[in-house]
Design a protein around this ligand. Structure first.
Ligand code: ADP
Ligand code: MG
Length: 602
C-alpha cells in the first residue's frame, strides 16, 4: 500500500509546479525555440507513455511506435486537405484510426513473441512508410502534403497545438495510471511476466494484448494529428521516422519502464539531449553515436531507469536496519502426521476428468503415447513414473499449455482439448507447475488475485486489487500460512514458499480439479508437511486432485488411485498397494533405485 511519505509529497509538489510552469510558459514568453523544444518533449512523452503500455507493462518490445504518429498525421493531413473540418474533429479521428490499426496489428502478430515481434513492428513501420510514399494520389507521395493554415493570429499560430499536446501528455499519464489500477493492467503485467501462465490462470491473453496495443497507440495517433498541424507539412520520412521509435524506447528505458512518470521524464530528457546534440554535432552524424552510447550506458548502469532507481534509493534509506519481510520467521502450525491413511472411499464417484488416447510428439520422441486415464470426482489421483516419462507433458495437454497431436481430453463429459487454456481454467481446471511460475515482480497478494474465473469486457476496468477478491485472497494466503508475505514481491520468496503461494493462487480460481506438478519437489520437509495437510483439507471439502510426485511415501499416503507412466504410456493403475506388486512398474523403475515396496514400508 502506498503511503504519503515526505519524498512522495515532494515529488507531487514538484510535478504540480512543473505542470503550472508548462501551462504558463507560452503566456509570458514568445521564445519560439523553447516552445518548439517543449512541444517535441510533449510528443516524445506521449509516444513513450503509449509504448510503456504495450512494452513496459505487457513486455512486447515494439520499434513501430512512430507508425502511429504517421498514421495520425496522415489521417489528419488527408482529411484537412480535402474537407474543411476543424482540427478538433480530425484529431480524434486520427486517434481512432491509430487505435484501430494497432488493434488489427495486434490480431495479426498475436502469435509472435520476442525477436520476431520486434522485427514485425519495424516491418510494419516501413510498410506504412512505403504506402505513404507510393500512394501519391492520397498522400502526396514523396513531395508530401501541406495542411491548410489555421486562422489563428500569426504569433499564436502554434500555441493551441502546444496546449493540446500538453493535454495529451496529461491524458497519457492518467491512462497509464488508471490502467495500472485495473485488472487490465495486472493482466498485461502478468503477460509480461509469464504469458503461458497468465493463460493458465484464466486471463484471456489475446484480448488483453489487442486492447493493450490499441491503448498504446490511441493517444499517439492523436499526437500525430497535432504534430501534423504543428508542422503544417508532412512527408513519409518525417512522419514514419524510425529514429523516433528509437527515441521512444530510449525515453522509457531512461525514465523507468512500467512506471507512470518514467516515460514522461524520459521523453523530456531525450528531447533536451536531442536538441543539444543537434546544436553541437548536428552537421555530422555524431549525434546518433551519442544516442547509441547513451542507450548502452542506460542498459549497463541504470537498468531500471531513473525513477525506479531513485525510488529504491529513498526506500532503502528509510528502511535501513528494518528487517525485510522475507527475513521474517515462518509461522508453522502443527501439521497432520504424514502417516495417516486416507479414508477408504465408499462408492465410486463420477468421472470428472478423462484423457483418451493422448499423443504428443517432440520430433521423433513420443513424450505422451496413447495415454488414457481418468480421474474420479473427489479423489486424489497420483500420476507417477520415472523422469521423462511424460507426466508434465500430460498436464500440459490437459490444461492447454500444449496441443495434443491426437486424442481427447474431457472434463465433466465435455471435450476441452480444443479450448484455449483460459477457457479451461474458467471451467474449473487449475494447475500448478513443477518449477513454480509466479509473476515474480508482482506482490504475493497481486499474484493471488490475478486469476480470473471468467472473462468480460467490464472486468477489464475492475480494480486490480479490490473488493471481495482481496478478502478471499487474504483468506487463501492465511490458509496456506503465507499471509505475512502478502506485500512481498513473489520473486523474493523461497521455492517452497512460492509453491504454497501458487497453491493459493490456483485456489482463487475455485477449481473443481487441481493438477499439482511435483508439489513437494525441492521444498523442505516442514513445508511439505504443511502442503500435505492443506491438500487433505481441501480434498475433504470435496476438491479433486491429480498429483505428479516423486516423493513416494507422500504418494503412497495421499493418492488413491495411482496411475503409472513409462515412456509416455500408462503401464499400470490401482491403489499404491496394488501397483507395488506390478512387475511392469517395478521394471520401469528399475535402475531408478526405487521400489514401491521400499517406499511404502519406509
Ligand atoms: P516428466 O514430467 O515425466 O519428467 P516430461 O513430460 O517433462 O516428463 O518430458 C517427457 C519427455 O518429453 C522428455 O523426454 C522430455 O525431454 C521431452 N520434452 C518435454 N517437453 C519438451 C519440449 N517442449 N520439447 C521437446 N521435448 C520435450
Ligand atoms: Mg515433469
Amino acid at each position: 500500500m502506498r503511503r504519503a511519505t515526505p519524498e512522495r509529497l515532494a515529488f507531487s509538489a514538484l510535478l504540480v509546479a512543473c505542470f503550472a510552469w508548462l501551462v504558463a510558459y507560452p503566456l509570458y514568453s514568445h521564445n519560439q525555440y523553447w516552445q518548439n523544444v517543449l512541444f517535441f518533449a510533449f510528443l516524445f512523452a506521449v509516444m513513450a507513455s503509449g509504448w510503456n503500455i504495450i512494452s513496459g507493462y505487457a513486455g512486447y518490445v515494439s520499434l513501430g511506435q512512430s507508425a502511429f504518429v504517421g498514421l495520425g498525421g496522415y489521417t489528419t493531413g488527408i482529411i484537412a486537405t480535402r474537407a474543411h473540418i476543424s482540427p478538433w474533429w480530425t484529431i480524434p479521428i486520427a486517434a481512432a484510426v491509430a487505435a484501430l490499426v494497432a488493434a488489427l496489428l495486434g490480431v495479426v502478430v498475436m502469435r509472435t513473441r520476442g525477436h520476431s515481434f520486434v522485427i514485425i513492428t519495424i516491418a510494419f513501420l516501413l510498410i506504412l512508410q512505403l504506402v505513404a510514399l507510393n500512394w501519391a494520389s492520397l498522400t502526396g507521395g514523396s513531395t508530401g502534403t501541406t495542411l491548410p493554415l489555421t486562422s489563428y493570429p500569426r504569433e499564436w499560430q502554434n500555441t493551441p497545438f502546444y496546449y493540446v499536446m500538453l493535454g495529451l501528455v496529461l491524458l497519457s499519464v492518467l491512462m497509464t495510471w488508471a490502467i495500472r489500477r485495473t485488472k487490465f493492467g495486472t493482466g498485461l503485467i502478468a503477460i509480461r511476466e509469464d504469458e503461458d501462465k497468465a493463460g493458465a490462470v484464466g486471463i484471456n491473453t489475446p484480448v488483453y494484448k489487442v486492447l493493450g496495443f490499441a491503448a498504446s497507440a490511441v493517444l499517439v495517433g492523436a499526437a500525430g494529428g497535432v504534430y501534423a498541424y504543428y508542422l503544417t507539412f508532412i512527408d513519409p520520412t518525417g512522419m514514419f521516422n524510425i529514429l523516433y521509435s528509437v527515441f521512444t524506447v530510449l525515453a522509457v528505458l531512461l525514465g523507468g519502464r512500467a512506471t507512470v512518470w518514467g516515460p514522461i521524464l524520459g521523453g523530456f530528457l531525450i528531447e533536451l539531449l536531442r536538441e543539444q546534440t543537434n546544436v553541437h554535432f548536428g552537421a555530422s552524424s555524431l549525434n546518433l553515436v551519442i544516442f547509441g552510447a547513451l542507450m548502452a550506458a542506460v542498459v549497463l548502469f541504470l537498468p531500471r531507469g531513473i525513477l525506479p532507481t531513485a525510488a529504491a534509493w529513498f526506500v532503502g534509506r528509510r528502511t535501513r536496519g528494518v528487517p525485510g519481510v522475507a527475513e521474517g520467521a515462518l509461522d508453522l502450525r502443527p501439521g497432520l502426521a504424514l502417516a495417516a491413511r486416507p479414508e477408504e472411499r465408499p462408492a465410486e464417484s463420477s468421472i470428472l476428468l478423462a484423457a483418451d488416447g493422448l499423443v504428443k510428439r517432440f520430433g521423433g520422441l513420443r513424450a505422451v503415447d496413447e495415454l488414457s486415464f481418468y480421474v474420479r470426482e473427489g479423489t486424489i489421483t497420483g500420476l507417477i513414473g520415472p523422469n521423462g516419462s511424460g507426466k508434465t507433458t500430460a498436464f500440459n495437454l490437459i490444461d492447454g499449455m500444449m496441443r495434443a497431436d491426437a486424442g481427447e481430453v474431457r472434463f465433466e463429459g465435455r471435450r476441452i482439448d480444443r479450448l484455449p487454456p483460459w477457457e479451461r481454467a474458467h471451467l474449473g481446471l487449475g494447475r500448478t507447475f513443477q518449477i513454480t511460475r509466479l509473476f515474480r515482480q508482482m506482490t504475493v497478494l497481486e499474484n493471488v488475485v490475478a486469476p480470473l474465473r471468467s472473462f468480460s469486457l467490464a472486468q477489464l476496468a475492475a480494480g486490480a486489487v479490490a473488493g471481495h477478491e482481496v478478502e478471499r485472497a487474504q483468506e487463501l494466503l492465511d490458509f496456506v500460512g503465507m499471509s505475512r508475505f502478502a506485500h512481498a514481491a513473489a520473486g523474493t520468496l523461497s521455492f517452497g514458499q512460492q509453491k504454497l503461494v501458487e497453491l493459493a493462487q490456483v485456489l482463487m480460481l475455485d477449481p473443481k480439479v487441481i493438477l499439482l506438478d511435483e508439489p513437494a519437489g525441492g521444498i523442505n520437509p516442514t513445508l511439505i508437511e504443511r502442503l500435505v495437510e492443506k491438500i487433505r483439507e481441501l480434498n475433504a471439502m470435496g476438491r479433486t486432485f491429480v498429483i505428479v510426485e516423486h516423493n513416494m511415501p507422500l504418494v503412497a499416503e495421499l493418492c488413491d488411485p495411482v496411475v503409472v507412466l513409462a515412456r509416455g504410456k500408462r503401464i499400470a493403475a490401482g491403489s499404491a498397494h496394488e501397483i507395488q506388486r506390478d512387475p511392469l512398474v517395478l521394471d520401469a523403475y528399475l535402475g531408478e533405485g526405487w521400489t514401491v515396496d521400499e517406499a511404502v514400508t519406509a
